[in-house]
Structure formats: structure tokens, C-alpha cells
Write a new protein. Structure first.
Lengths: 206, 461
């Protein structure tokens, strides 16, 4: 039950971030040509959404073993040794995630202390008004840089969590792969099942 | 040393992204004074790169195009045009791959979109499974040569050449590659006495082209928009993604809330149909964004994006290590003092990329190799756009050679063959791609003539 909620949450977030990015950039183009204007914050916001998509999404990629790798050499070994090799690879992944988490935390806590603003992002006016009442007169309040950069520590922590999880599963013998090798093409099989060869089936509109 | 470490980790079966990242981090910890904080920041900054922002959009638009029935209409059109030659269905497959490549920027996406429909059809028409799979697996690699192309975006980001020029430069080599594959098929079909389709008549060609026109118009938007200076490649990609979404859900209606709603019912007047369609589309406008099919496509595109971008982010970290260690400079000096000619240099580049392409994903490999190779090429007077196209063709070959060949995996997935069977099936056609590589390498004009006559020469700062 919990895993299904988490799954929905992860997929929903990925779809939302990707869709949001595309819509913002598209609206920028439309605004430029139709209304001869544009929002200064759009580009910066898009790149932050992109960073969230990739950094937070990386852990989801580990969960569904979507990350690409070479398993041809490991497959040459007898099955018993294979498991140890994969376990070693998984442990190295944990080391990577741990180092990155440390670095991410180090950087993030620094910018939190220094309190640097983002370049063009401000707290939206309606939120300030909601907080301060309708006749609240305000200076624009900048969003500090630690907010978007939260993606680094959160993303790396999740990545470490998923890698540790994968390592444990491999150690317990519940899983036998870490990367997308040959077996991860279920999605393709699905696509094949839904698409059949009917050159005449699309003639509907003439 | 650094390269040995990466290779070792790759062979051990680490994800490519982690192999690149871990070796860079270890190297920096041992031999450099860079703080871990600045390393982590590099991972974040990969997504701040404006050119690379085009990648998720191109992936998203291909996702909508392949699930949204555009592929099926392109195939119908190609069969109408070239199907009546001997071996016509296979040639139509190549032609369809070329057209889909002009809509999408990725090779595996092209194989899935076209292959999952055409391979089955070819087998029904009496082609052997190996022949069908081999042809499509190879033709699918055109996805990264014919613009738009994710690999070209990555090359442009790594070397600061213009994405627009790279895109236009891919047009001529892409068409040549397609024609070479079709010629190969025609000869094979003559020898093997493969079947032909009946001549459908001009009426069917016309109708099929009308039906496919909505999808094919995207080519005009992307190339015309970039070439005409209407928008940047990144914006073009975003517009393409939104356009593909609209086409799939509202025009072709093969997915989403309007699935199965006809444009014109039997015996309905034009006015009535217009009113009904307007009403239905207005009603479906908001649900379309949240429909199950839309979400599924977005998540699929998201998965591909994050997988690819995580590799790219780590490859950028790796490239950063290379430059801080002055590896490119050292290699450049060694090369220049060895007195290498441009042509022998290109041979070295080809060998390096072909070898590297066996183990690496194309975008990651490009980001590692480009910073090393690019300065040498410029010093030797090799054209930057030409070098880019040579690299892209190398990546194509890398995609159909094991152990890491994305197209092989995908073809194996859609045909139910084992990867080794696909490798064997694709092998005869690999020769054609090698021929193409030699041609592209030694006739620079094929890559540079069109972009330079349209947009002027590329200047490198």
C-alpha cells in the first residue's frame, strides 16, 4: 500500500516537473510573439525544475533499475561469483552516493548560511498578499538560493537510500541486477503489444 | 589512469553514470584540492546549461509521437511511396525511419516507433525475421544523424558550436545514409527474390501524405523555426513537445480523452461536425492534461530524461576533471609534435570513438571525448561541424555494436529475439554504415556545404 502511494508520488512528480518545464518554455515563446513580452523568471525557474527532475528522479531510476550499464562481462562468470560481483558494484554505488551526499550537504549548508538570493526569482505577489492582508504594501521579496538547491541534498539522500536498498536486496538474493541490461525492456514489449500492423486501420479520415 | 578506473568500474557492472562520477570523485579526492561541495555543485549545474535543456523536450515530443499514432501514418505513407519496389516493405521501413528521425532526436525511440509496427508486417509479407530486425535496427540509428538529434545537442553543448548548424549539417549525410541502406536492400531483394507490394496508385499516395501531414509538419516547425531565427533550438524543442501533444490527443486522437471520437460521423453535415468537434475538444481540453495516457507518456519520457541527464551530469564532472588535470592540453601537444596530418588524425578519432562506443552511451562518450579531441581538430584545421558529424556517425555504429548498443537491446525487446541474434542480424548492414563513415570522414563538404551556404561558416572563438 505504502509502496503504491510512494510510486504514485514519484511518478506524479516526474510528470509534473517535465510538463511544467515544457509549458513554461512554450508559453515564453507564445508570449514573445503574441504579446511581445516575457517573464524574466521563466528561464531560471525552468532550469531549477530541470535540476529537480534529474536529481530527485535519479533515485527513482535506481528503484526501477533504469540506469544503463554493461553486464556482459559479469555474465561471463558462473552464477555464484556473479552475485558477489554485483554486490560489489552495488556497494561502490553506495560509496558514490554517500560521497555525493556529503558534498551536497556541505555546499547546501554553506549557501544557507550566506543567504545568497537567486537571480530572478521572487516570492509571488499573491502569497505575500495572502500572508500580509490585502493592503499589504511590499518590496519584492527574493527567493534565496538554498530553496532550489535543496534538490542536491534531498536527491542525493534519496539516491543513497535507494542504492542501500538495492544492495540489501541483492545481498538477500531477492534481486539479481542493478542496471538496465537485457531484461529491462518490458516497456518495449508493452509498446509492441499495443501496436499491430494494420496499414489500413488509419485510413479513417479520407 | 583515470580512463582505466572508469573502464574497470564499467566492466564491473556499475551504472555508466556512477562509474563516471565515482572515478572523477575518487580522482579529485586523491590528487586535487577541489572541495566535495564544488563537485556536488557540478551535478546541479549540468541542468543549468541552456543548450542541454533541449534534451527533455525532444524526448517528450518523441514520446507523444510514438504513442500517438504518428508513426503508423508515416509508415502508411512510406509504403505507398516505395512499397512497390522489390523488397519494398523493407525500403519503406527505412524511409519511415528517416521521416521519424526527422521528428525525433533519438535512435532507440525511432526503432521502437517504426520497428514495433513494421517488423511484424514484414514477417507477414514473407521476410525472414533476421532480415526485418537487421534492417530496422540499422535504419533506426538515423534518428541521431537526421535532425533534430539529442547527440548533436550534446556535441554542441560540449564544444560551443551552434546547434542550428549541426542540425542542418546532418540533413545531407542523413539522406545519403538512407539512400545507401535502401540501395543495399534493393540489391539484397533482387538476389533473394523478396516480395513487392502492389502499386497503390497516386490517389493513395496523396491521401496517405495528407493523413501524415500533421505529423510531418513538425519538421517544418523545428528546422524552419531554428533556421528562420524564430526560436532557439531549445524553444523549438519545447514547441515541438507541445505540438506533438496536441496532435496526438486532439488531431489523431489515438490516445487520451478523445480516443475513438471521429471527426466526421456518417451522414453528418459539415456545420454539425464542426460544432460537435469544437464542443468535444473544449470539454476535453483540461482532462487531456491529466488523462491516464498523458501521464503514462510523461512518466516514460521523464524516465528516459533522468537516466540520460544523470549520465550527462556525471560525464560533465568527468570532463571537468580532465580539464583541471590539463589532459586535453597534454594530448594536444603530443599530437601536434608528432606532426599528424588531419586525415590520419581523423582515423585516430574514428578508432577511439568506435572502441569507446562499445562500452559507453553516446552522449556520455561524446562529453568525455570532445574536450580532448576538439582542440586538436581546431589546431589541425579540421572543421568543427564536420568533426561533429563524424562523431555522430561513429555513435550510430556504437549503437548497434555490443555490449552497449541501445538499438540492439530495443530491437531484441520488440522482436523477442536474443541480443546475440539481433547482433548477427544487424551485422550485414553494419558494412553500409562503415562505408558511410568513410565517406563522411573524407568528404567534409557533405557535412559542411548545406549549413555554410545557408547560415555562413562556423567561427570558433
Amino acid at each position: 500500500m505504502l509502496s503504491r502511494i510512494v510510486n504514485r508520488l514519484e511518478e506524479g512528480l516526474i510528470a509534473l516537473l517535465l510538463g511544467g518545464m515544457a509549458m513554461i518554455t512554450f508559453c515564453q515563446v507564445v508570449a514573445r510573439y503574441l504579446f511581445n513580452s516575457g517573464a524574466v523568471w521563466a528561464l531560471e525557474l525552468t532550469t531549477y525544475l530541470f535540476a529537480w527532475l534529474v536529481l530527485i528522479g535519479a533515485s527513482y531510476g535506481v528503484k526501477i533499475s533504469a540506469h544503463l550499464g554493461v553486464d556482459a562481462f559479469v555474465k561471463l562468470f558462473p552464477a555464484r561469483h556473479q552475485r558477489y560481483l554485483i554486490l560489489l558494484a552495488a556497494l561502490l554505488c553506495c560509496v558514490y552516493a554517500a560521497i555525493m551526499l556529503y558534498g551536497a550537504w556541505d555546499y547546501w549548508s554553506k549557501i544557507l548560511r550566506f543567504g545568497i538570493d537567486t537571480e530572478d526569482l521572487y516570492v509571488p505577489r499573491f502569497i505575500l498578499e495572502a500572508l500580509g492582508g490585502p493592503d499589504y504594501v511590499h518590496e519584492p521579496v527574493g527567493i534565496e538560493r538554498w530553496v532550489p538547491y535543496l534538490a542536491l541534498p534531498i536527491g542525493m539522500a534519496l539516491l543513497l537510500f535507494r542504492f542501500v536498498q538495492a544492495t540489501v536486496r541483492i545481498a538477500l538474493g531477492k534481486s539479481d541486477h542493478l542496471i538496465a541490461g537485457h531484461e529491462a525492456e518490458d516497456a518495449v514489449a508493452e509498446a509492441q503489444a499495443s501496436a499491430t500492423f494494420e496499414p489500413n486501420a488509419v485510413k479513417g479520415r479520407d | 589512469m583515470l580512463f582505466v578506473l572508469v573502464l574497470l568500474l564499467l566492466v564491473l557492472g556499475l551504472p555508466i553514470a556512477v562509474a563516471l562520477g565515482l572515478s572523477s570523485v575518487l580522482f579529485l579526492l586523491l590528487f586535487s584540492t577541489d572541495s566535495l561541495a564544488s563537485i556536488a555543485l557540478k551535478l546541479f549545474q549540468a541542468q543549468q546549461h541552456y543548450t542541454l535543456l533541449a534534451i527533455p523536450y525532444f524526448i517528450l515530443s518523441s514520446a507523444f509521437l510514438s504513442t500517438g499514432g504518428v508513426a503508423q501514418r508515416i509508415i502508411r505513407f512510406s509504403i505507398a511511396v516505395v512499397g512497390s519496389f522489390r523488397g519494398g516493405l523493407a525500403m519503406a521501413g527505412v524511409f519511415a525511419c528517416m521521416m521519424f528521425a526527422a521528428l525525433s532526436g533519438s535512435s532507440p525511440a525511432t526503432v521502437v516507433a517504426i520497428g514495433s509496427i513494421v517488423i511484424g508486417g514484414m514477417r507477414q509479407a514473407g521476410y525472414s525475421r533476421d532480415f526485418a530486425a537487421g534492417v530496422i535496427c540499422n535504419a533506426g540509428t538515423l534518428g541521431i544523424l537526421i535532425p533534430p538529434s539529442i547527440v548533436m545537442v550534446v556535441y554542441a553543448a560540449a564544444t560551443d558550436v551552434s546547434v542550428g548548424r549541426m542540425f542542418i549539417a546532418g540533413v545531407v549525410p542523413g539522406i545519403i545514409a538512407g539512400l545507401m541502406l535502401m540501395t543495399g536492400i534493393y540489391i539484397a531483394a533482387r538476389v533473394k527474390k523478396l516480395p513487392r507490394q502492389p502499386w497503390p496508385g497516386f490517389r493513395e499516395i496523396f491521401n496517405a501524405s495528407l493523413d501524415a501531414a500533421w505529423g510531418l509538419f513538425l519538421i517544418v516547425i523545428i528546422l524552419g523555426g531554428i533556421y528562420g531565427g524564430i526560436f532557439t533550438p531549445t524553444e523549438a524543442a519545447a514547441v515541438a513537445a507541445v505540438y506533438a501533444f496536441v496532435i496526438a490527443l486532439f488531431v489523431y486522437r489515438d490516445m487520451g480523452p478523445l480516443k475513438g471520437v471521429p471527426w466526421l460521423k456518417d451522414g453528418e453535415g459539415l456545420g454539425g461536425a464542426a460544432a460537435r468537434n469544437t464542443y468535444r475538444m473544449a470539454l476535453a481540453f483540461v482532462p487531456a492534461f491529466f488523462h491516464h495516457d498523458t501521464q503514462k507518456t510523461m512518466v516514460e519520457a521523464g524516465k528516459v530524461t533522468l537516466m540520460l541527464m544523470f549520465i550527462i551530469a556525471n560525464a560533465l564532472l568527468f570532463a571537468h576533471v580532465l580539464t583541471t588535470e590539463r589532459v586535453p592540453q597534454t594530448i594536444t601537444e603530443a599530437f601536434l609534435s608528432a606532426g599528424l596530418e588531419p586525415w590520419s588524425f581523423l582515423i585516430v578519432v574514428n578508432l577511439l570513438l568506435l572502441l569507446g562506443g562499445q562500452f559507453m552511451e553516446p552522449s556520455g562518450l561524446l562529453l568525455i571525448v570532445a574536450p580532448v579531441v576538439f582542440p586538436i581538430a581546431i589546431a589541425l584545421g579540421v572543421d568543427p561541424i564536420h568533426l561533429g558529424i563524424v562523431m555522430v556517425v561513429n555513435m550510430e555504429i556504437g549503437m548497434i555494436t555490443p555490449p552497449v548498443g541501445l538499438n540492439l537491446f530495443v530491437t531484441a525487446g520488440i522482436t523477442g529475439m536474443s541480443v546475440m541474434q539481433v547482433v548477427r542480424a544487424a551485422l550485414p548492414w553494419l558494412g553500409i554504415l562503415f562505408l558511410l563513415l568513410i565517406l563522411i570522414t573524407y568528404v567534409p563538404a557533405l557535412s559542411t556545404w548545406l549549413p555554410y551556404s545557408l547560415m555562413g561558416p562556423e567561427r570558433v572563438g
